[in-house]
Design a protein around this ligand. Structure first.
Ligand code: SAH
Length: 437
């Protein structure tokens, strides 16, 4: 029998964290997942517990005087009408059986996922995108979350073979933003109404834990914004300090779950350690971001299917899927870019398999084709990350060549063209003034 789960919706972020902590210290297994649209809160995170633990969880919360905003059953999503008689005639038996599993909310196995990633039949591909879009609609709704990213340093000690800002690329002009410069951008994001700032950098030892903590505290004190960190591998103690200082989310992509491939593209990193880091982030209660790169040298469809199963089994909350794009001055500078269609397909299948997750329509996709960002929103993706790095630094954060500048205009274009909704938290003025330009 399947285990039933329940979602505890908190009234605000502080309460959500308190609920999670209270349950965890009492040995109740929790997961942090995006709240369902029917809970009425946009961009909120719910605490997921099993039916067996629900009674005890309620008791513990009431003992602590915590009254949650609501409790919903985490229903298995059943979809009807994915497979009509017309479609049945044009697709394979295998596809029909996979689509039935999707309609019934059953788990897909690796060979199903590999089939969906590799089919060449137009009707099947269309049906996959449609299924992903419906699941996205049912589970996270029609609002596209918009987040602002500040790439605050491009110094890096690592030598990831694909990455344009790796330590040995001498063709890169290096910069570090000061705390003051970062705060100025954060203030401008707050004026736009944006609720989450992503602070990303290379692995830069100048940004010690103490400096990062001071930055996090300054951002929180001024704006109360949610903070996503993307600063690479650190020790567990350091992740814990950053979390305690107020960081909410962390992006550390696994890039590929094929161990040999991972070790090949990351000469300074070790797969097991990366996995360890991601587990620490989860244990520490971060909203945990991962993701992969599509089109790495030697990567197979099976590898990508494994990546998707990994995201699901690890309970990853945010999954960034981007095509590989060559960067000048790196080992792979002449390797062709990843396939847009396969990237979109990976987005769609990830939504079908992982369901309640945030999936960005990535900058890398937009860099290959502006309309690919629209298509990703129509095939499973539900967030957009704006690039808010000041102009004088932006072009130096060249993780790959011809990186597209996703600004508010580009985001509005994609949301409108994909026929999706803007978040209500965006200040009307910010949206209008961008449209007027
Ligand atoms: N130093 C941080 C941030 C890295 S940049 C970290 O290691 O986590 C963020 C993401 O950009 C990476 O996780 C990687 O998936 C992506 N990226 C880097 N170079 C790329 C390339 N050439 N093509 C596609 N994606 C790339």
């Amino acid at each position: 029998m399947d285990i039933k789960y329940f979602l505890i919706i908190a009234k605000n972020t502080a309460q959500m964290l308190l609920v999670d902590k209270t349950l965890k210290i009492n040995n109740i297994k929790t997961d942090l997942v995006p709240a369902p649209p029917e809970s009425g809160t946009v961009c909120a995170i719910a605490v997921k517990v099993s039916e067996a633990d629900l009674g005890r969880a309620k008791q513990l919360l009431s003992k602590e005087g915590i009254e949650p905003g609501g409790i919903f059953e985490d229903r298995k999503l059943k979809l009807q009408g994915l497979l009509d008689s017309k479609l049945q005639k044009t697709v394979t038996e295998e596809f029909i059986s996979i689509l039935k599993k999707i309609e019934d909310g059953e788990d897909l196995i690796k060979s199903d996922i590999a089939y969906l990633l590799s089919t060449e039949k137009d009707k099947e591909i269309e049906a996959i995108f449609l299924a992903a879009d419906r699941i996205r609609h049912e589970i996270v709704g029609d609002v596209v979350e918009i987040r602002g990213a500040i790439e605050f340093s491009n110094y890096c000690i690592k030598n990831c073979n694909y990455c344009g800002i790796n330590a040995s690329n001498l063709g890169v002009h290096r910069y570090r933003m000061s705390e003051q410069e970062i705060i100025e951008v954060v203030d401008s994001l707050q004026i736009m109404g944006i609720k989450t700032v992503i602070l990303q950098s290379g692995e830069d030892p100048f940004w010690t834990i103490e400096k990062l903590i001071a930055l996090i505290k300054a951002v929180k004190d001024r704006t109360g914004m949610r903070i996503t960190l993307s600063v690479g591998e650190r020790s567990k103690e350091e992740y814990e300090k950053l979390r305690n200082a107020g960081a909410n989310n962390f992006l550390l992509k696994i890039e590929s779950t094929n161990r040999e491939l991972f070790n090949e593209i990351h000469p300074d990193d070790d797969y097991e350690h990366r996995l360890q880091c991601s587990n620490w982030l989860k244990e520490l209660g971060y909203i945990n971001g991962s993701g992969n790169i599509i089109g790495l040298p030697g990567q197979t469809i099976e590898d990508i299917a494994e990546d998707i199963l990994y995201f699901k089994n690890m309970g990853i909350n945010m999954i960034g899927i981007g095509p590989f794009i060559p960067a000048k001055g790196t080992k792979y500078e002449n390797h062709p870019h990843g396939d847009i269609k396969l990237t979109l397909r990976t987005v769609a299948v990830t939504r079908i398999v992982c369901k309640k997750v945030y999936i960005p329509s990535t900058t890398a996709l937009a860099s290959l084709d502006k309309d690919a960002q629209v298509m990703a929103l129509q095939s499973g993706a539900n967030t957009i990350m704006l690039i808010n790095t000041p102009e004088k630094y932006r072009t130096s954060y060249k993780i790959y060549d011809n990186k597209f500048m996703v600004d508010m205009d580009a985001a509005l274009y994609a949301v409108e063209k994909a026929d999706r909704k803007l978040p209500t938290y965006l200040r009307q003025g910010a949206v209008d003034s961008t449209l007027d330009k």
